[in-house]
Design a protein around this ligand. Structure first.
Ligand SMILES: [Fe+2]
Ligand SMILES: [Fe+2]
Length: 290
């Protein structure tokens, strides 16, 4: 039985629609060979390495989530199955861009990343299990809000990379990926709204968890230098900061989460390194979704 006041309110998202539409990102007509004649700039390739690695890391995030109360909710596990499947195909697609540039990609690159994570990665499921015990029945609400923030920032990152690289083939590919990210956003945001609205305790815990633990997607996995590069490259200019502010306004609209300025604070931190802004990612539920 959920604690009094922790009942989700409003209509459930129709997760069957997500299940029935699950598909690898459509690559029909994407001319990967075009990158051989017109390669991407070095900065864009560096961002794509990060994005490739993190899309492929989704299955490890899923592992960490399945030891939490998230696994008890069949709607959430159906969604996570679809989410993990589609994110894996995003990684595959980005791997083909890297391959066209003669860059390491796919299994070799992914196993090297996982080897490098070592003990921190082995502890991660245990820390998620323990951390989620504190949240108890409110955990799914926190997880959904966290996922919404991560998907908003991921989709914005792709949009910014399109702007920076200005390469027609990359634009086409990333636009297709962004449409699937949009569906992930719709689920996470609607479920976050519904579940937070039903529980003051969930709002309080979610607010505290996001403020203390949220880091840009991939910060718990990638070297700090790469996180800082991505944030500076994609969000460090006026256009990027405006988008960060827009995402923070979306977070503000979720019940109990106004005024956190998560994304703007992260941009400030990684572009200026000012004290008092987020430090290195801890190995805790900071890595709930991608
Ligand atoms: Fe993705
Ligand atoms: Fe996504």
């Amino acid at each position: 039985m959920p604690a009094p006041g922790s009942e989700p309110v409003g209509m459930r998202v129709d997760v069957d629609r997500y299940r029935d539409r699950a598909a690898p990102v459509d690559l029909a007509g994407i001319d990967f060979d075009a990158f051989r004649d017109r390669p991407l700039p070095a900065g864009a390739i560096r961002c794509l390495r990060y994005m490739h690695d993190i899309e492929h890391h989704t299955v490890c995030y899923l592992r960490d989530l399945l030891v939490t109360p998230a696994h008890r909710d069949p709607d959430i596990t159906t969604f996570l199955t679809v989410w993990s499947y589609e994110e894996m195909w995003h990684g595959q697609a980005l791997g083909r861009v890297l391959a066209a540039h003669g860059e390491p990609h796919g299994a070799g690159r992914i196993s090297e990343l996982r080897r490098r994570l070592g003990v921190r990665d082995r502890l991660s499921p245990m820390l998620h299990a323990l951390g989620s015990t504190v949240a108890g029945e409110t955990f799914p609400a926190i997880h959904m809000a966290w996922g919404a923030v991560n998907e908003w920032t991921t989709q914005a990152g792709y949009a910014r990379l399109i702007d920076r690289a200005r390469h027609p083939v990359l634009t086409d590919l990333l636009s297709r990926i962004m449409r699937q990210e949009g569906r992930h956003i719709a689920f996470y945001a609607a479920e976050a709204e519904r579940r937070l609205a039903g529980s003051r305790r969930a709002q309080r815990l979610c607010r505290a968890a996001l403020r203390r633990l949220w880091r840009p997607v991939g910060a718990g996995v990638m070297p700090r230098s790469e996180v800082a590069f991505m944030v500076r490259e994609l969000f460090g200019d006026g256009g990027g900061r405006a988008i960060a502010e827009r995402i923070d306004h979306r977070v503000d609209a979720l019940p109990g989460l106004d005024g956190l300025r998560l994304v703007e604070r992260a941009v400030e931190h990684y572009t200026t390194g000012l004290p008092g802004t987020p430090g290195p990612a801890p190995v805790t539920p900071a890595r709930l979704a991608a």
